[in-house]
Design a protein around this ligand. Structure first.
Ligand code: FES
Ligand SMILES: [Fe+2]
Length: 325
């Protein structure tokens, strides 16, 4: 179990609501703990520790009964939607002890995704995503992309534009134009904004004509970041949400929103992001140390790394311990 209070009190994405469509139930892992996520008949989403308190069997192997109870597959202990055991079939006349309760967590649906908080949800404003509320934007969910890496390394890679000409050559950058011009970075308790990041891209609009593109990046939470393209009339934004599954396993989800190219099938747009993520995974997984060093003396930094420097300083300021050193 990962005990970092910041991550425990934060909300993390489990996946799209559609994951509950078939059986109303799924198993997953968050911060090193196995979870069962299930939905009641009324549509409430619940997140519990995936463990029956009787003999430790996975509740996700069980079944939902009468729409609002979960029955363990081993001896049929049945829990109500508050997590209290309300029936022990071997002793039908005996009221289940009060202690027979599963561990429950906070769960909610937001932006068509299931979010879980394993601690006490911090009273933070929900992550801004202006494009989400604009009906001209099309929404495409990408991922999950699995990284055998700590979340902060995955987020820092998302914020790093200097690798485009090398890791994403021919799509997001070209080796002929690798320079990064000065840009602005601001940090507050609410996160980081990096603006006026101008980079040359060989094919930014799908027309085959290269041009300079301007990006604004934002970091809202330790594992949630965003960018939008500024320079074109066409709107394009991505919200990255990294889920800390385990000590060294992270899962990245992305909402990709765009108000153009409606004729391109969703699968095609998603496969472009799959390709980009596929190029990032081996790079990020190879990074050593695995823990993101928050001591700025530990690695070399250049002016072009300004966003990453601000990210490391901010994580240090807010006191994130998991995934950092
Ligand atoms: S282990 Fe769950 S009912 Fe026995
Ligand atoms: Fe990348």
């Amino acid at each position: 179990m990962l005990s970092d209070p910041i991550l425990r009190n934060d909300w993390h994405v489990i996946g799209p609501v559609s994951l509950l469509e078939k059986t109303g139930m799924m198993s997953t892992r968050l911060l090193g703990t196995d979870l069962v996520i299930w939905r009641t008949r009324e549509g409430r989403v619940l997140a519990w520790k995936d463990l029956c308190v009787h003999r430790g069997v996975r509740l996700s192997l069980g079944e939902i009964q009468s729409g609002d109870r979960l029955m363990c597959p081993y001896h049929g202990w049945t829990y109500d939607s508050s997590g209290q055991c309300v029936a022990i079939p071997a002793h039908p006349d005996q009221a289940p002890p009060e202690k027979a309760r599963v561990e429950t967590y906070f769960a909610k649906i937001e932006r068509d995704l299931i979010w879980v908080c394993m601690g006490s949800p911090a009273t933070l404003p929900f992550i801004p995503f202006p494009e989400w509320d604009d009906p001209t934007y099309r929404r495409i969910l990408c991922g999950p992309y699995l990284f055998r890496a700590h979340g902060p390394r995955v987020v820092e890679n998302f914020l790093d534009v200097g690798h485009f000409p090398f890791v994403h050559e021919h799509s997001l950058g070209t080796r002929e134009r690798p320079e990064i011009k000065p840009y602005d970075v601001e940090t507050s308790w609410e996160g980081i904004t990096a603006s006026h990041i101008r980079i040359f891209q060989p094919n930014p609009d799908g027309t085959g004509i290269g041009k300079e593109v301007e990006y604004t990046y934002r970091v809202f939470r330790p594992l949630v970041a965003y960018f939008r393209k500024e320079s074109s009339e066409q709107g394009f934004a991505i919200l990255l949400m990294v889920t800390p599954i385990d000590e060294l396993v992270s899962q990245a989800w992305m909402w990709m929103l765009m108000n153009h190219s409606y004729d391109i099938p969703e699968a095609e747009l998603r496969s472009f992001q799959d390709m980009v993520a596929g190029q990032d995974v081996p790079i990020v997984e190879s990074q050593r140390p695995e823990l993101l060093p928050l001591d700025l003396q530990a690695e070399l930094h250049l002016r072009s790394d300004k966003t990453a420097i601000a990210y490391r300083m901010w994580l240090r300021q807010i006191g994130l311990t998991v995934g950092t050193a």
